[in-house]
Ligand binder design. Sequence first.
Ligand SMILES: [Zn+2]
Length: 388
Amino acid sequence: MNTTLRTDLTVRDICEGFMYNELEGKGLFGWSGRLTIQPEYQRNYIYADGNKDVAVIESILKDYPLGLIYFTQVGDDRYEVLDGQQRITSIGRYITNKLAVKINGMETYFDGLDKVLQEKIMNYSLLIYVCEGEEPEIKQWFETINIAGVPLKPQELLNAIYSGRFVTAAKEVFSNSLNSNMQKWQCYINGDPKRQDILHTALKWVAKGEDSVSRYMSEHRQEDNIREMQLYFDSVIEWVKNIFGSPRSEMKGLEWGELYEKYHAVSYDQAAIRKRVSELYADECVTRKRGIFEYVLGGEQNPVLLEIRMFEKSDIKTLYERQTQQAKVDGTSNCPMCSQMENNNRNRIYKLTEMDADHVTAWSKGGKTDIFNCQLLCKTHNRMKGNK
Ligand SMILES: [Zn+2]
């Protein structure tokens, strides 16, 4: 891979012919048409918050460095911005009067700026690394550079590496906050469509795991449709809706793709499932409501998912005293299960630290987490009982 550091380019050069798309909020071209500022894989313009973009202009006026900008050379005298798109867009918007900056307390557009300051901005030199090379090299290099501004998310980086028709088509659907389905999807998925979080989830689901996303993108890179991913994604969402009905806030961000893979072939009685979900929501012993969905899908086999509430420490001490005193009177072990055994432990008195609290009637069979349903067992017996 070749990298060249260019110090000869100024704001005037790079912003010559600057074009900005107001609707999509992105800088398009610059450097007299040689430069694509926002290639398909790039982030949308997240500096346009009247704060960071203003800071870019203020840095130039104060002669502060803006950091390195990275271009990739994609053809004869053709370039794309790999990193620095947001800084270039901020500058371009300022010099085309789409952004005002406070100068001496006054909101000032470029046209209203003192000529000396205008020239200062136009003649500001940018430090630009131009790189040329193969994908894996660029990927490795990109991962090691210290990216200024808002760090790229892993999916933004993947979009850069596998840019092409597939990514373009996928972003139209999954990175578009105006998509009418987005609100529905965000009931089940965490994150920001603009930062590629929804697309990342769609890819993770269809590729069957985080680790396979990059392979999937590489294999489909040249395709101009996303039918398979779209179909799979819709199937997962429909499946969840079908079983559980209206979304609950605890559903957001669960691993629905994995759950779909594991359970979509199982048939469920939706009415019974929804009733159980409501009951578990109402059960104060269930301290992890997010675990309810996986718990019922799995046939209520794994209460660990629900983080069932533990007994009170004071109740445990009371019971220990009670069981131990009685055991001493009877000459048996203070573990009720040991006292039934035919070995040396049958009259062993355990210390409190050697015992654990146990639900006499299991929580899963309707037993409550209170002192009336509690007994202390030696750790061995508690573990044996828990595994049943
Ligand atoms: Zn025991």
